[in-house]
Unconditional design. Sequence first.
Length: 259
Amino acid sequence: MSARSIIRATALAVILAASAPAGWTADELAFDKEKFLADGYVPLFNGKDLSGWKVPEGDGGHWKVVDGVIDYDAQSEAKDKNLWTVESFGDFALHIEWRFKETTGLYPMKIILPDGSYKKDADGKDIVEPRPNADSGIFLRGSSRAQINIWCWPAGSGEIWSYRLDPQMPPEVRAACVPKVRADNPVGQWNAFDITVKGDRVQVVLNGKLVIDNARLPDLPTSGPIGLQHHGGIDKKTGKLGSASSLIQFRNIYLKRLD
């Protein structure tokens, strides 16, 4: 390797190290609890039980802790089936790891374009392709609109559905809610979100890659709890789980207040 190549490689390593979220190394995605704690993060999940979380009334034991992770089977019997933190938060940085245990059938997925619209065929109809799916998300500040999507769509997780599809939103708002890259690991493997919320701005890093960059979410509440989303459930017609259900697990949930 030439001297110039060495200099370039060294410079790139420095840039990657500087831009990586606390707890990551430049060459691998590895959680380091001590680094997060030293950086001012606190755990929102103790790995033992659901202390600090509001288990939905009438849930029936479907949100539970299994082998040190929050496990959900998409079958909560509660009215509000989502799992919410007891505390509310304003500006914060959140680290949360998740994985789908399996998909639950084929779902008619569309191709999301960079401007937030759907790709159409020659007849002007949305192009739809059935693909294996599962679905969940992270709710910000108690708002179901401000959902950081977790799913199997080609666009990738991190998408902000309600803002992207809202025709009342400015074009730049809708476009900013589309992931820049698809950074998801395969179903069954763990993924990590690093979500930063400051004012009405949101940034999402997935597995070390920037997917949502400083998106503005108008009317985002100034404070509220964080929610883990229920999605899907048993289809009454078939008696089986719907094709976009939350067969999901969460672990290593750490938050740093920024206000």
